[in-house]
Structures are given as structure tokens and as C-alpha cells.
Write a protein that binds this ligand. Structure first.
Ligand code: BTN
Length: 263
């Protein structure tokens, strides 16, 4: 798949994106989106695609490994003005739901599960990662970076990726045009953000049936603080619901670790 195989005019016609940048190679589509936001780019939403990402970033200090056949892109958009204050923390799980529901439409015969705050899994392996960033300017912008393992394979990937990650091709034995996946995800994401801004996106109802952590004892760590408890899914603003030894707790950010499975 070459960058030219992304047909910018089809993407513009099929989505709400106003401008598309297709690159052969980029260090990180999120870095490029942030650079454009700082330059005051105003033709938004702007989509940045690359065939090869050489320094893909993940949450915290994680890297995002990608190979030929994986889909890596970032969407730069205005911070929704009508958004509730908690939009930024909710965008991560909303985006993960949008990705999972988009992948469902390809009827691949696998279940797409969600690991808070924003990972899409098939079985015990990660399929897609999402990196949400914002730029603090007079006109604040949101960057939604998405990596989906579509037609790449982890069969020959280095450890520990070989054990931990999967692609649609590996888990379903089928290849799907990257552009079809992209258009489907962008459509779902647009609708989901609109619904959330209007208070109509039922996050718990759409996340919890796919929640990988429900019924498991987990530890959520954020900086020096950590909380342990039994996971009961997520609540409307995107926080993870735990029942701890001292009562219920809602975690709005952090890294989650599974300690034990109860049910
Ligand atoms: C994670 O799992 O920690 C998040 C991974 C996010 C990867 C995507 S790929 C496109 C965009 N550009 C980046 O540098 N990262 C995101």
C-alpha cells in the first residue's frame, strides 16, 4: 500500500474532513498535527496520513510500532465549543468505541473489546491504540491519533509484540483496504463527537458490553498515586468505576494493570 493508494478526493467526499495530507513517511502523525496546530492551520478538520511512521508515539513514554499494512493517522480539529468540561478525558473512550463499532461493520467474526481508557483488543491482544493530545492556544485544538493494525502481521514481530499485539489480518485471516477502514472510523468518530457534545452519546451503554476490565481486580496508577479495586466498567464522563476496600472510586486518568479476575 503506498501513500498514493489513499485517494484524498474520495476521503474528502466520504467524510467531514476538510483537508488531507498524505505522506510516504513521517516520524509521527501526531507530531505533524501539533506542528500544524501551532502554525495556526485553520482548514479543519485536517487529516494526516502516513504510509510509514518511524517514531510513532503512544501514551506516556510508550512507542507505537507499525509496519507496512498498518493504518496510522491523526485528525486535527477545533476543540468542540459546546463540549462539556470533561470532553478531553471522554474523547479517549469515545474514540475507542468509534473504532470498535467501525470495525464491527466489516463483519469479521471477531469481538472487539475495549481496555480503558482507549485500547481496542481482540482476545488478549491489542489491535488499536489511540493518543489524544491538545494544544493550549487562543483557539485550542484537539489531536486524535489512531493506530490500527489492519493488514500488517505480528507473526514475525519482535518479542514482546509477538505475544501482545495482533492485526485484523492475523486474527481474521482477511485483508481490508486501509482506506475503507479509515473512512468508516472517521464517519463514526464524527458522529460520536457530535452526539457527545449534544449530551446524547451513551458512553457506558456502548462501552461496558465490550469492557475488558469489568469483573477484574485492577490497579490504576497516576504519578505517585494508585488505587486498587474491582472494575465495574466506565461512567458517563469516561472515568473507570472501581469498588475499592473503602468504597466506590472513579478514576479519570492513569495506567491500568489487571491484578486478578473475579468472575
Ligand atoms: C497507545 O497505545 O499508547 C497509543 C498509540 C497511538 C498510536 C497512534 S499511530 C498515529 C498517531 N501518531 C502517533 O505518533 N501516535 C498515534
Amino acid at each position: 500500500m503506498t501513500a498514493a493508494a489513499f485517494d484524498a478526493s474520495r476521503i474528502l467526499a466520504a467524510t467531514r474532513v476538510q483537508h488531507v495530507e498524505c505522506h510516504q513517511e513521517l516520524a509521527s502523525t501526531n507530531d505533524r498535527a501539533i506542528e500544524l496546530a501551532r502554525r495556526g492551520e485553520s482548514c479543519l478538520p485536517l487529516l494526516i496520513l502516513t504510509q510509514r511512521q518511524t517514531r510513532g508515539r503512544g501514551r506516556g513514554d510508550h512507542h507505537w510500532w507499525s509496519d507496512q499494512g498498518s493504518l496510522t493517522f491523526s485528525l486535527l480539529l477545533d476543540m468542540p465549543q459546546t463540549a462539556p468540561g470533561n470532553l478531553v478525558s471522554a474523547v479517549s473512550p469515545i474514540t475507542a468505541v468509534a473504532v470498535a463499532e467501525a470495525l464491527d461493520t466489516f463483519s469479521l467474526g471477531v469481538e472487539f473489546r475495549l481496555k480503558w481508557p482507549n485500547d481496542v483488543y481482540v482476545g488478549s491482544r491489542k489491535l488499536s491504540g489511540i493518543l489524544i493530545e491538545s494544544t493550549a492556544q487562543r483557539a485550542p485544538r484537539l489531536v486524535i491519533g489512531i493506530g490500527i493494525n489492519v493488514n500488517n502481521s505480528f507473526r514475525d514481530a519482535p518479542e514482546p509484540l509477538y505475544q501482545q499485539a495482533t492485526s485484523l489480518a492475523d486474527s481474521c485471516g482477511r485483508t481490508i483496504p486501509l482506506q475503507d477502514v479509515l473512512i468508516s472510523v472517521l464517519g463514526n468518530l464524527h458522529d460520536a463527537l457530535q452526539e457527545f457534545s449534544g449530551g446524547q452519546f451513551g458512553l457506558p451503554a456502548r462501552w461496558n458490553p465490550r469492557c475488558l476490565l469489568s469483573g477484574k481486580t485492577v490497579r490504576v496508577s497516576a504519578g505517585k498515586h494508585s488505587v486498587e479495586g474491582l472494575c465495574h466498567g466506565i461512567e458517563a464522563s469516561g472515568g473507570l468505576l472501581l469498588v475499592t476496600a473503602t468504597g466506590p472510586a472513579v478514576c479519570m486518568n492513569g495506567t491500568v494493570e489487571i491484578l486478578a479476575r473475579v468472575s
